[in-house]
Write a protein that binds this ligand. Structure first.
Ligand code: NAP
Length: 291
């Protein structure tokens, strides 16, 4: 059962320049919300501007941007309530733990975790007032960390934990906290991930290259082969809209059969068996000897 969207309500979506964030901003606007859509470039603002969507300059690691957005929300000229904060912005990385430079780990956590915490802290008083929702976009990587997903999955596992704590803290105030866990989604993220992986592969020592070249190749090939099974950003946006609108939302929504299967297996299988299954699935994607 869903609630009727109130035309006088705000929804905030971070990372709305592309992919899931852009699709979510459009879906929520279509449903009647006034969407504040976070982007980082003027050209993205121009591309997103349409009835029901107000682009806002928002780098979630920049405290000034967050303050400006908060001022916009608390000083809304029509005093509109905030129905939802969708913490969607994110950056991908597929690199072995050993290879990812420590300052890059820190930058990744700044975006994929601390940025969402900062946004939530800034807007929680408004969400409490309206009994609104925080929708955190995690990933199947928030439940299972495959090889080369250590940095990315680290941020998503942490986001899952923060979401659980926040949900239990804020439930008495009437704010719902919902986690959305997509599997593979066809967005710019895949291209961005492979560019970063290629750049970092080029910095590996010869010893690291011997350890990880084949693995990185296999992960890239496996990801490419899964694209045809992956979800569209619009399909994920529909689930996010459900999390915003459902009268009794679930605490978690997986999106896609891959996400449902992997999160289920991770829950019921011992580590040794899951390790064997994921290694077997990856094996055909390693470069053939002599190739
Ligand atoms: N694609 C998948 O397979 C998949 C699967 C599971 C979960 N997810 C999650 O879904 C979310 C959206 O990903 P997507 O697939 O739609 O990727 P995407 O198309 O690459 O979009 C990522 C968005 O995050 C924004 N962003 C990056 N750094 C930011 C920062 N510091 N401040 C504000 N915005 C920032 C990007 O803005 P710019 O354009 O300005 O860089 C872009 O709008 C992410 O949290 C991702 O982890 C994706």
């Amino acid at each position: 059962m869903t609630m009727s969207p109130h035309p006088e309500e705000l929804a905030i979506v971070t990372g709305a320049s592309s992919g899931i964030g852009a699709a979510t901003a459009r879906e929520l606007a279509r449903l009647g919300f006034h969407v504040l859509a976070g982007v980082r470039r003027n050209q993205d603002a121009d591309a997103m501007r349409e009835p029901g969507i107000e682009p806002v300059m928002l780098d979630i690691t920049d405290p000034n941007h967050i303050q400006t957005l908060a001022d916009r929300v608390y000083g809304d000229p029509r005093g509109r309530a905030v129905r939802a904060l969708v913490n969607n912005a994110g950056i991908p990385v597929n690199v072995p733990v050993e290879v990812y430079p420590l300052d890059a780990w820190r930058r990744l956590f700044e975006v994929n975790l601390f940025g969402h915490v900062a946004m939530t802290q800034a807007l929680l008083p408004a969400l409490v007032r309206s009994k609104g929702r925080v929708v955190n976009i995690s990933s199947v990587g928030g439940k299972v960390a495959m090889a080369t997903y250590g940095p990315y999955a680290g941020t998503k596992f942490a986001l899952e934990a923060v979401s659980d704590a926040l949900r239990r803290e804020i439930a008495p105030s009437g704010v719902r906290v919902i986690v959305v866990e997509p599997g593979g989604v066809r967005t710019d993220m895949l291209g961005r991930a492979s560019t970063i992986a290629r750049e970092l592969a080029a910095t590996m020592t010869p010893e690291q290259g011997r350890r990880y070249d084949g693995l990185m190749h296999a992960v890239a090939a496996q990801t490419a082969s899964a694209i045809e099974w992956s979800q569209t950003a619009e399909a994920v946006a529909e689930v996010i809209a459900k999390a915003v609108m459902a009268r009794s939302p679930r605490t978690r929504y997986t999106v896609g059969r891959d996400a449902a299967l992997v999160t289920f297996l991770a829950r019921v299988l011992p580590d040794w068996l899951l390790d064997r299954i994921v290694a077997t699935a990856l094996r055909p994607h390693f470069p053939k000897a002599g190739a």
